[in-house]
Design a protein around this ligand. Structure first.
Ligand code: B1M
Length: 237
């Protein structure tokens, strides 16, 4: 860290400079600076979702690219992830502050073999903000844990996250076990994570692939509404 950077007074930067600085601080894993900057943007009237997407998620994309290219390594990326989580911790209560009626319950977790949880946490937060109840199973979940939680919590939606090409096929293992137990159609199954796409979602038998957290919210709302209409329609006939 250079003296120049030590001298930066975050509150004196304009919005564009601060967002740029946040991307640099995220890259350098500077958790305290990220937290301070998030608070500054909030004081300036920024919407929590904009801070999340324009400063934090975009910063993490830069980290991801340099990780891929061998410029950053696991310890540095862990620090960046810690800084990201610091910022998300401040935003979480604001994103989840809602008087909206409960929309449904979702069990969400990262699949077996995979420990990436930032995207999954973000989806959980945004879903909560939209009025869904979230049961977060964390990372590295075997199929049995998802199914046990769905039954125990009487949830309507299953959300699975995978960030690795080697772990994404495990989503099919979970869906196949739901089928085996004859309960696949009892749940809306949504999947997401950077290496997935719509075609993959269809191929493994999910109800939908969600590109990001905002899409996850919209998709969950639409699927729940469709399901309730269907059940209502069936009851009426
Ligand atoms: Co890892 N890692 N990582 N990593 N890591 C990636 C995924 C990688 C693409 C990096 C790269 O090479 N460019 C690469 C995967 C390559 C591949 O599979 N093709 C990779 C690798 C290789 C690895 C290791 C194998 C490295 C190693 O050990 N040699 C290792 C694996 C460990 C394991 O899981 N078994 C590993 C470890 C780690 C860290 C621990 C250092 C750390 C994770 C920390 C944590 O999560 N607590 C880490 C990180 C941070 C990343 C990158 C840099 C960032 C991921 C992230 O948080 N993105 C990532 C690079 C990248 O993705 N560009 C990378 C920000 C987040 C907001 O986005 O998670 O995509 P994302 O979530 C989005 C959407 O995808 C979607 O909504 C979210 C919000 O909009 N979404 C869902 C996600 N889940 C959803 C679920 C839903 C709906 C939508 O359910 C309904």
């Amino acid at each position: 860290m250079s003296d120049d950077q030590d001298d930066i007074i975050l509150s004196e930067l304009d919005d564009d400079e601060l967002v740029q600085q946040m991307q640099d601080d995220l890259y350098d894993g500077m958790k305290e600076e990220i937290e301070e900057s998030v608070n500054i943007l909030l004081e300036r009237g920024w919407q929590p979702y904009d801070i999340l997407t324009k400063a934090l998620v975009s910063g993490m994309t830069i980290v991801g690219n340099d990780f891929r290219d061998g410029i950053l390594f696991v310890p540095e990326v862990l620090l960046a992830a810690g800084a990201m989580k610091g910022g998300m911790g401040i935003l979480k209560p604001l994103l989840t502050e809602t008087g909206a009626p409960k929309m449904g319950k979702m069990v969400i977790g990262t699949v077996k073999g995979d420990i990436h949880d930032i995207g999954k946490n973000l989806v959980g937060m945004m879903m909560e903000g939209a009025g869904f109840e979230i049961v977060d199973l964390g990372i590295n979940n075997p199929a049995e844990d998802y199914i046990e939680a769905l039954k125990r919590e009487k949830a309507e939606i299953l959300g699975m996250s995978a960030l690795l090409t080697t772990t994404m096929p495990y989503m099919k293992v979970v869906i196949d076990l739901l089928k085996e137990q004859g309960i696949r159609d009892d749940y809306i199954v949504l999947v997401g994570g950077a290496p997935l796409n719509e075609e993959f979602g269809r191929a493994i038998g999910a109800d939908a692939y969600c590109r990001d957290a905002a899409v996850a919210v919209e998709t969950a709302k639409a699927q729940v509404a469709r399901r309730h209409n269907k059940v209502g329609g069936e009851a009426a006939t």
